[in-house]
Design a binder for this molecule. Structure first.
Ligand SMILES: Nc1ncnc2c1ncn2[C@@H]1O[C@H](COP(=O)(O)OP(=O)(O)O)[C@@H](O)[C@H]1O
Ligand SMILES: [Mg+2]
Length: 228
């Protein structure tokens, strides 16, 4: 069963002689419970695709179906609500709020949705990503890897059906990057968390089951192998 169907997406930026075609007719489907990596050179359209998949940027043409629901036909507030409920997003920049503790940052999506955070579940996540003892710390007291793991816990805190991660290890040293990837793999295994991950790192791509390559806004390869 597909959780996500991306159909014939076209997205341009700018106009006239400055027109950039970031995505040029991209279609792909993501099966529930799968782990997929998107690779491609800088500027190939990876982030644009992830943002469109996550309900953050409307495409010029094409449709995005999340659990069969046509995202960009929803009204803005319905889309925001659905997005917060079903999608967790991790960016390269951690986007943590400096005045909030780790736990407060993680609970933010629930607060925004006026729902109660599941503190027991959040503790479980924090424990498995080895952040339980850091929950009352502020972002400035954390290493880069710890900040990114906090952002990951925040994305997972609402038990999203789909986790989208855009180069989550991009700004990290090797060890921190490994910790973040271990946490992502762990959630994939434990929660069967459907994961769609953009990376520059071919080693990470090599370990994932399905690898999609973008080039100049087009999907040029889609290969399925074994998860290492
Ligand atoms: N908000 C934007 N405004 C103008 N151009 C953009 C914007 N976002 C992306 N682009 C352009 O679209 C192309 C694809 O960008 P992006 O999706 O960020 O690629 P990637 O993530 O693979 O590096 C690039 O040429 C980029 O400059
Ligand atoms: Mg990018």
């Amino acid at each position: 069963m597909n959780i996500l169907d991306i159909e014939s997406i076209v997205k341009t930026f700018g106009k006239g002689s400055g027109l950039i075609t970031a995505l040029d007719g991209v279609s792909l489907s993501i099966e529930k419970g799968s782990f997929t990596t998107i690779i491609g050179r800088s500027g190939s359209g990876k982030s644009t695709l992830l943002n469109i998949a996550g309900g953050l940027t409307a495409p010029d043409k094409g449709r995005v179906l999340l659990d069969g629901m046509d995202l960009y036909r929803l009204k803005d507030d319905a889309l925001s609500k659905l997005r917060r409920k079903k999608i967790g997003i991790v960016f390269q920049a951690f986007n943590l709020i400096p005045e909030f503790t780790v736990l407060e940052n993680i609970c933010l999506p629930s607060y925004l949705d006026q729902s109660k955070p599941d503190l027991k579940f959040i503790d479980e996540i924090l424990e498995l990503i080895e952040m339980l003892d850091k929950k009352d710390k502020y972002p400035y007291e954390l290493s880069g890897g710890e900040q990114q793991r906090t952002a990951l816990a925040r994305a997972l805190s609402t038990k999203p059906d789909l986790l989208l991660a855009d180069e989550p290890t991009g700004n990290l040293d090797i060890k921190s990057g490994e910790q973040v990837m271990d946490a992502i793999y762990y959630c994939y295994r434990i929660f069967n968390q459907t994961t769609l991950l953009v990376t520059h790192n071919l080693e990470i791509a090599r370990q994932s089951k399905r690898v999609i390559t973008l080039q100049d806004g087009k999907l040029v390869s889609d290969s399925i192998g074994e998860m290492i």
